[in-house]
Design a protein around this ligand. Structure first.
Ligand SMILES: [Zn+2]
Length: 204
């Protein structure tokens, strides 16, 4: 069993959501995964349909896909012990549909919300960090990319939230009540992995 499956906030939903048949297996199993692809659901947290059952229904009944698009989904609306619930929806050995030509190498991770308007909660960031660390420990994927950073998707407003910033465990940065003194106020050095919007959001 993988480390990510042992996270206390993970709920296994494989096979329990609406599906029609099965996604095909990846050619080389989980070894095919090179990239952890970060998405948001583009549905506002306040909307009734912002839940895994609705996504599964849409992907199967409207899109005609075998099942829900994402392997793993973080749900900010279901918080247990200060952490957002992580639903394990599609077995990672399967090639689900979330990033077109890159489906065979991509692991689909979706955070529920529309981060053009919603904000990442502390509980959500904690689960992003836990999941990211566990996947690295498990050797699942080498790179992290936003959906919009994948070939052919630069037009897509996904995932919008700053996944790199969340990984760096900078909760104190994002939540002022825990803020540490800033040694160099107002100065920001561009780092590897920064994207235009991640820099734009530093002051946001
Ligand atoms: Zn996406």
């Amino acid at each position: 069993m993988y480390a990510f499956q042992k996270l206390p906030q993970l709920v296994d939903k494989r096979g329990e959501l609406v599906h029609k048949g099965e996604y095909a297996k990846r050619k080389n199993g989980v070894n095919s995964i090179t990239t952890r692809v970060w998405h948001h659901s583009l549905t506002k947290l306040s909307a009734g349909g912002s839940k895994i059952e609705s996504f599964a229904d849409f992907h199967v009944r409207t899109n005609g896909w075998p099942g829900i698009a994402y392997h793993l989904i973080i749900d900010p609306k279901h918080v247990v012990d200060g952490k957002a619930t992580i639903y394990y929806c599609v077995d990672i050995s399967k090639k689900s549909y979330h990033v077109g030509n890159s489906n065979s190498i991509g692991l689909g991770i979706c955070v529920i919300g529309d981060y053009r308007v919603d904000k990442l909660s502390e509980a959500t960031i904690r689960s992003i960090i836990d999941l990211h660390k566990a996947l690295i420990a498990d050797g699942i994927g080498k790179y992290d990319k936003a959906h919009s950073e994948m070939p052919g998707y630069s037009w897509k407003a996904c995932c919008v939230f700053d996944y790199n910033k969340a990984f760096k465990d900078v909760l104190s940065d994002m939540f002022p009540e825990a803020k540490q003194p800033d040694p160099v106020p107002g100065l920001y050095t561009i780092q590897e992995g920064d994207t235009f919007w991640s820099i734009a959001l530093k002051d946001g």
